[in-house]
Design a protein around this ligand. Structure first.
Ligand SMILES: [Zn+2]
Ligand SMILES: [Zn+2]
Length: 341
């Protein structure tokens, strides 16, 4: 099968073609796995974290990609959840042990044996993949394959981050960074919390304009002061400067939820500007979002079909994945990038 592989950590400022196209043998499902013929796979900022070594694969080569949509074409002997021909999706969570205290309490995202699709196991930048059958999710009919792909990461983790804000209807929500996940969170928030105001902080005028088009009450730069203080803010930027700015914009008792698997070191010195009385005093808190659990994916897909949420997408062919990744790195973003396999 055709696959795009990562062979080693790459410095994207020097090498614009981090992934290489190769022929790999088609994977064979084990007893509890299914084989999926992939039709689309989303391109996510986390792939940049893997390529640049902030969350590197434990072995190489690795097939990246964790927003996978395709059809079940073969099943292991002990599978029963999906039928041949079913359309399924695979998200960032590839597997977890199922036995530890976190797995038993439904927090399988925190499992010490958590495996991520496209980092710890081969993912969706290929024609086929295998996955444990209970980590594949039916895709609601309302979505095309390309629309469904970004929902599986950006949507599901956006759903989790919104849940972790503890937002109540009528409270102010901030979104700092306005990529694929944030624009889905904006749509979810408008549906679930119709009386809440949404404030978007984005670097480019284009993103600010896009946020307003989608119904944000206010949009500005991450350094701009919003007209009101906010109860919670979700950060989806890869850097530190917006974190310090966000803490200043929180109300007393407010919460910042950082939805980023890793932060880049490039502007880390900005943290020295953190001023305790202005940024942390009065019980302000910071919480990170780690991975997703299956429940997040299942609940989010249901909610997305109900609203409905149809993500803005930009399509690429598999051979152009390097172009899509570089554009993502350079923040040339309007909606979610999706590979058609
Ligand atoms: Zn992702
Ligand atoms: Zn576990």
């Amino acid at each position: 099968m055709k696959a795009m592989i990562l062979n080693h950590i790459v410095d994207l400022t020097k090498n614009k073609n981090p992934l290489e196209i190769v022929e790999l043998s088609q994977p064979i499902p084990s007893e509890k796995e299914i084989l999926i013929k992939i039709s689309t796979c989303g391109v996510c900022h986390t792939e940049l974290d893997e390529i640049e070594g902030r969350t590197p694969p434990p072995f190489y080569p690795m097939v990246l990609g964790h927003q996978v949509v395709g059809k079940v074409i073969e099943k292991g002997k002990l599978t029963s959840e999906h039928k041949i021909g079913d359309r399924v999706g695979v998200a960032w969570i590839f597997s977890a042990c199922g036995e530890c205290e976190f797995c038993r309490s439904g927090d399988e995202n925190l499992c010490p044996d958590f495996k991520a699709t496209g980092r710890d196991a081969f993912g969706g930048y290929a024609e086929y993949m295998t996955v444990p059958e209970n980590f594949a999710f039916p895709i609601p009919d309302i979505f095309s394959d390309s629309e469904a792909a970004p929902l599986l990461c950006a949507g599901a983790i956006g759903y989790r981050s919104l849940r972790l804000t503890n937002l109540d209807d009528g409270q102010n929500l901030g979104l700092t960074g306005f990529g694929a996940s944030a624009h889905l969170v904006l749509k979810m928030t408008k549906h679930r919390f119709p009386n809440s105001k949404i404030f978007v902080f984005a670097r480019s005028k284009q993103e600010q304009h896009f946020a307003k088009e989608l119904g944000a009450d206010w949009a500005g730069d991450s350094e701009d002061e919003p007209p009101e203080k906010l109860n919670c803010i979700i950060d989806t930027t890869p850097v530190w400067k917006p974190i310090v700015a966000a803490m200043k914009n929180l109300k007393p008792g407010g919460r910042l939820v950082i939805n980023a698997i890793r932060k880049e070191a490039i502007d880390k010195d900005h943290l020295l500007k953190l001023d305790y009385p202005a940024h942390l005093w009065l019980e302000k808190e910071i919480k990170s979002v780690a991975n997703v659990v299956r429940r997040d994916v299942i609940e989010f897909l249901k909610l997305a079909a109900e609203i409905p949420i149809k993500p803005e997408i930009q399509e690429y062919v598999l051979d152009d994945v390097n172009k899509a990744l570089i554009e993502l790195k350079e923040r040339k973003i309007r909606g979610a990038k999706v590979l058609k396999i």
